[in-house]
Design a protein around this ligand. Structure first.
Ligand SMILES: [Ca+2]
Ligand SMILES: [Ca+2]
Length: 415
């Protein structure tokens, strides 16, 4: 007891020192941002099973958050413009309903803000796992064709992949923020680079996906374990690919663009390439990562026609690469997106391209060419055995990184 009392006393003394220190040195003025949530009709605070209110300084990227379930939040903040995002969920073990809202708020005095929660339209079709980490089979040359992107139906009803688009955002990782900004904020539409692929629909219901099922989209649907075995040399950092993608549900065949290195697995249907901005040999994300989206065009809009319409293209707003136009996807079409950024050794070279309504966090790999994936956490499993993955639109919270890739395999335990 004496010991404890002593510890408390020294803490108080220490805190006293801290306060007097900050009195002298810290001239930053803090303002109070009061966030009130307006509930949708028929929903009350007691209904929610999780909450996250995230406030991000638009200039510095500094993040403040509160995960307590309540209707009023307050933050002490230095002056600046902040993006405020609230995401609350009701998980009854069977279904998950998400509510969210966000606003950009200048805070240069004590500021109250009200966010009107609305039911999220997304949360159905989501990225379950992405493997872009690659390997070097001989320790020297990267093997770039074994990537995969797995989409999962996280809802309790049949959803359709028809007219859905898988795209990589334009640009690369680096020190400068994304060029796609308007009034200092990331634009509400996203410019795609590299290759963009789609599920082109005839009837609107050609590609049903049952609840709890997934599809694997492979860069190339080959047995990459066997392929890299042929190239393997036991040098430093040499590694065989961790994935056999012969059973992928879809693949990206770049025969029209890169005939010399493209292989068409006749047993695996090809995605339709609707736009090619890059000169890459394969459908692959750079080893440094980049933001990706899965989006669905409105009913009746063909992805092929959409990508042929000049009205859907824009030049970079900063004036660089004048004349070069990029395919744009409005944010309201985006079902899911991930801010995949540079590896752990390059924290100062990370570009966030998605607004916080899509991804309020970031996800990345520990190191390049380690043959690992990012995989969404399992939030719960229903009595019938259907897995519900965590989707709070914050990849920092929702994903496990540096995982052994498991294409097409749904986990059986909660993370
Ligand atoms: Ca094929
Ligand atoms: Ca999401």
């Amino acid at each position: 007891m004496k010991k404890l009392l002593y510890a408390v006393l020294s803490l108080v003394a220490f805190a006293g020192t801290l306060v007097s220190c900050s009195d002298n040195d810290d001239t930053t003025t803090y303002y109070k941002l009061s966030v009130s949530l307006e509930m949708p009709e028929g929903v009350s605070v007691a209904d929610f099973t999780s909450a996250s209110v995230v406030v991000i300084n638009s200039q510095t990227g500094r993040e403040y958050s509160d995960n307590e379930i309540k209707s009023d939040y307050s933050f002490e903040l230095p002056g600046g413009t902040y993006s405020v995002t609230a995401a609350l969920r009701v998980n009854d073990g069977g279904s998950v309903v998400s509510y969210s809202a966000s606003k950009s708020v200048p805070v240069y005095e004590d500021t109250p803000v009200t966010l009107e929660l609305t039911k999220s339209v997304s949360g159905g079709l989501i990225f379950k796992e992405v493997y872009y980490n690659m390997v070097k089979p001989n320790g020297k040359m990267p093997y770039m064709r074994d990537q995969f992107f797995e989409i999962y139906n996280n809802s309790d009803e049949v959803l359709y992949l028809d007219n859905c688009i898988l795209g990589f955002l334009e640009g690369s990782q680096g020190k400068l923020p994304t060029a796609w900004q308007e009034n200092g904020e990331i634009m509400k539409e996203y410019a795609l680079g590299y290759y963009t692929v789609a599920f082109v629909s005839q009837t609107g219901k050609d590609y049903p996906l049952e609840p709890g099922k997934s599809v694997v989209i492979a860069g190339q649907a080959q047995n990459h374990i066997a392929e890299t075995e042929k190239m393997y040399e036991p040098n430093d950092g040499a590694m065989k690919s961790p994935v056999n993608l012969l059973n992928a549900d879809y693949e990206v065949f770049l025969g029209d663009y890169k005939p010399a290195v493209s292989i068409d697995n006749a047993d695996v249907p090809n995605m339709t390439v609707i736009c090619a901005q890059g000169t890459q040999n394969y459908f692959s994300l750079p080893i440094t990562g980049n933001a990706i989206i899965f989006a669905k065009l409105p009913d009746g809009v063909s992805p092929v026609d959409y990508a042929k319409n000049d009205a859907n293209f824009k030049e970079r707003p900063d004036g660089s690469y004048a004349g070069q136009k990029y395919l744009m996807i409005p944010q309201e079409y985006v079902l899911d997106g991930l801010n995949i950024v540079n590896n752990a050794d390059k924290p100062d070279q990370r570009v966030i391209r998605l607004r916080s309504e899509i991804d309020a966090g970031i996800v990345y790999m520990e190191k390049p060419y380690a043959g690992k994936s990012i995989r969404r956490k399992v939030e719960s499993i229903t009595e019938a055995g259907r897995v519900i993955f965590k989707d709070t639109n914050n990849s920092t919270e929702d994903f496990l990184r540096d995982q052994t890739p498991t294409p097409g395999i749904i986990p059986t335990v909660v993370d």
